[in-house]
Write a protein of this length. Structure first.
Length: 317
């Protein structure tokens, strides 16, 4: 199922080779609740029943000293630098969440993974040489596919485009498609009139169909995310509603190439600005994400998935 009319079939020259990527698939911790037992003593004379105390909210687990030290060093950095580190860790294949600058176990584990591979001191605290090495590695990965932000003139969307992977640009109804020469990998940008019923659009796109399986969906008043598989390809769709238009994108790629393309999908998701210069649904994943392992197609009350449930941008990051 497509948001808009599909372009004509493409001829299939050889695909563009990209660097082997190393996405990490991490699952968030499970929280265990422990119930207390109340022992009531017998007495010669009956006593009035006591009201049970109100249940207190469970305390957040304390960080171990090493993680706490890493968090302290990380939080001392400027917000722009914290986001840049997370973004670079996406490109090294160590971080698969939202580059929002917040520290959590996912960020800590990504720092450790990078340091281990760089054969540095694995303590989650980047030294200046380690930070420089991280920048170089991320820049090399971005350069390999010529990934850079663009502002698409036909839709008004600002988004990261892997130009070496998607060199062809084809105009379609309500938008544009950037595609690999064989047509197997596409980034479709869409701009619809604001008069389009946003809720109806979500209801139509959330449905399964022949050869189409929605594995995750989440809706908020002014944006939604839907992901799944269709025709042997994985898809990730995000649409946002603004005052004058509905804008969004769908990234599609073969299921047998997720090892190299999941990371690019994460980078695209982090770069998406439907209405540049405004705060309208610029990055809905920042408000949190559902727990990994959520039921397919579920719409939990906690926040949106960045990608499929097996690799979500789970808070804390």
């Amino acid at each position: 199922m497509s948001i808009i009319a599909r372009p004509a079939a493409f001829k299939s020259p050889s695909g563009v080779m990209i660097a082997r990527l190393l996405p990490t698939l991490l699952l968030p911790s499970l929280v265990l609740a422990i119930a207390g037992l109340v022992h009531v003593s017998g007495a010669a004379q009956a006593q009035p029943a006591r009201q049970p105390p109100s249940a207190a909210a469970p305390a957040a687990p304390a960080l171990d000293p090493a993680q706490a030290a890493s968090k302290l060093a990380y939080d001392r950095l400027e917000e722009a630098e914290r986001k840049a580190i997370q973004n670079d860790l996406i490109w090294t294949g160590d971080f698969n969440g939202v580059a929002g600058g917040e520290f959590g176990k996912r960020t800590y584990d990504a720092l450790l993974a990078f340091e281990r591979r760089a054969q540095g001191v694995s303590d989650g605290i980047l030294t200046p040489p380690e930070r420089a090495a991280l920048t170089r590695a991320a820049d090399q990965a971005r350069l390999a596919i010529r990934f850079a932000p663009i502002t698409d003139q036909s839709t008004g969307i600002r988004i990261g485009l892997p130009a070496a992977l998607l060199p062809a640009r084809v105009a379609v109804e309500n938008g544009v498609v950037y595609r690999r020469p064989d047509g197997a990998v596409t980034l479709q940008l869409t701009s619809l009139p604001a008069a389009q019923a946003f809720d109806d659009l979500f209801e139509r796109l959330r449905q399964d169909g022949p050869g189409r399986k929605v594995t995750y969906r989440l809706k908020r008043p002014d944006w939604f995310v839907i992901s799944g598989e269709e025709g042997g390809r994985r898809f990730y769709t995000r649409l946002a509603q603004g005052p004058a238009a509905i804008r969004g994108y769908t990234f599609r790629y073969p299921v047998d190439q997720v090892a190299s393309l999941d990371r690019i999908m994460i980078a695209i998701a982090n770069s998406f600005e439907p209405f540049p210069g405004t705060d309208v649904a610029a990055n809905p994943a920042r408000v949190g994400t559902p727990p990994a392992g959520a039921a397919p197609g579920s719409t939990p009350g906690a926040a949106p998935a960045l990608i499929r449930p097996a690799m979500t941008a789970t808070e804390p990051r």
